[in-house]
Write a protein that binds this ligand. Structure first.
Ligand code: GLU
Length: 374
């Protein structure tokens, strides 16, 4: 048994597979790998709802188009993704149909999980697919997504999806069998970490990334995903996709891969959206008094504690809160005012708000119900 692992009944499972796992270097899709993956998932699907997050569209497209290397220009990458994504789905469709599992393609961009309405829409669609007994296969919508609207890597995307569908477990299948204390290819004494209680700075330093020109992420993005998953209350496991029976074994509690413990308190769906799904539209720097009121006493943010306002946000947007003394982001929340209004009432006492704005409005800039500590 994996020491320190707490996997309750896993009813909702998100599995993410990396480019290295589903393609062969330079040769595009590896059909045998997709077949093996379909068999792995089919073996654990009984009584569970599973979402697959797949990479590999661009690498597949590059091979199909006969390009010598991954293109640099964005339109060429997007073209490669368009070609590769359909080839990838075709392969999944064939592989899963052999197990009687219908699949559905879901392509997301960061915007689909940032705007509250689109976030709920994405969640409802995934829920409907799962109710229909479909295996949703998710990738970033690389053909339309440019840097500004991209999540950027599928490790982070899979953590957002796990939070979106309220998963009980997120599994990242990759070509290494977990997080090691050192690079196991260079140091024979390197040890696999069985359980990580929290992604501390020390743990983050263990992420030594190879840039092999195939994968986007590496350990660094996997640890970012682990942080997001933990805060959303979802346990995460990094394991080798080459290990036969890997999903069955880790679901049975075997010590496979590295397990990342979730934080004790699970945030509500709305708070998870505030904390992770959204790229903040602005920043508010607060003074020591406000910092204490917010972090120690569960209070709302009032205008009087605000030192600086950055960005052009609108009321209802999510902003980041920074501590004045350190400049560190410590929370996020939904603002009741737009940026110009906050600039006018910054530093004001509650009784002065109406005078400064010329109309009556909220007392709080961010109400405590719309606020999440990070
Ligand atoms: N969405 C990219 C693709 O399918 C991969 C991103 C990643 O590997 O993290 O090619």
């Amino acid at each position: 048994m994996g020491a320190g692992r707490k996997l309750g009944r896993v009813r909702r499972l998100v599995v993410k597979v990396g480019t290295g796992l589903v393609t062969k270097a330079g040769a595009g899709i590896a059909p045998d790998r997709i077949e093996a993956l379909a068999a792995e998932i089919a073996a654990v699907r009984e009584g569970r709802r599973v979402v697959l997050v797949t990479s590999g569209a661009i690498a597949t497209g590059v091979a199909r188009l006969g390009l010598a290397a991954r293109p640099r220009s964005i339109p060429e990458k997007q073209a490669a993704a368009a070609v590769g994504q359909s080839a990838l789905m075709w392969q999944y469709e064939a592989a899963f149909s052999r197990h009687g599992i219908p699949v559905g393609q879901v392509l997301l961009t960061a915007e689909d999980v940032s705007a509250r309405a689109r976030y709920l829409n994405a969640r409802n669609t995934l829920d409907a697919l799962l109710r229909f007994g479909v295996l949703p296969i998710v990738n970033e919508n690389d053909t339309v997504a440019v840097a500004e609207i991209k999540v950027g890597d599928n490790d982070n995307l899979s953590a957002l999806v796990a939070s979106l569908i309220d998963a009980d477990l997120l599994v990242l299948l990759t070509d290494v069998d977990g997080l090691y204390t050192d690079d196991p290819t260079l140091n024979a004494g390197a040890r696999r970490l069985e359980t990580v209680e929290a992604v501390t700075d020390e743990i983050a330093r263990l992420a030594r990334d190879r840039t092999d020109g195939v994968s986007v992420g590496g350990m660094a993005t996997k640890l970012q995903a682990a942080k997001k998953a933990a805060a959303a209350g979802v346990p995460m496991i990094i394991a080798s996709g080459y290990l036969p029976g890997v999903l069955r074994r880790l679901l049975a509690g075997e010590s496979v891969g590295t397990y990342f413990a979730p934080k004790a308190a699970r945030l509500t769906a709305r708070k998870r959206w505030i904390a992770f799904a959204v790229a903040p539209q602005g920043k508010l720097t607060v003074d020591a008094g406000a910092l204490q009121a917010l972090t120690q006493h569960g209070k709302s943010l009032l205008p009087s504690g605000i030192l600086e306002v950055e960005g052009e946000f609108a009321s209802g947007d999510v902003v980041a809160l920074l501590a004045g003394a350190t400049g560190r982001e410590f929370a996020r929340g939904v603002v009741n005012f737009d940026a110009d209004e906050v600039r006018k009432i910054r530093g004001a006492k509650t009784t002065e708000i109406e005078g400064r704005l010329g109309y009556r409005s909220f007392d709080e800039v961010i109400h405590r119900d719309n606020f999440v500590l990070l």
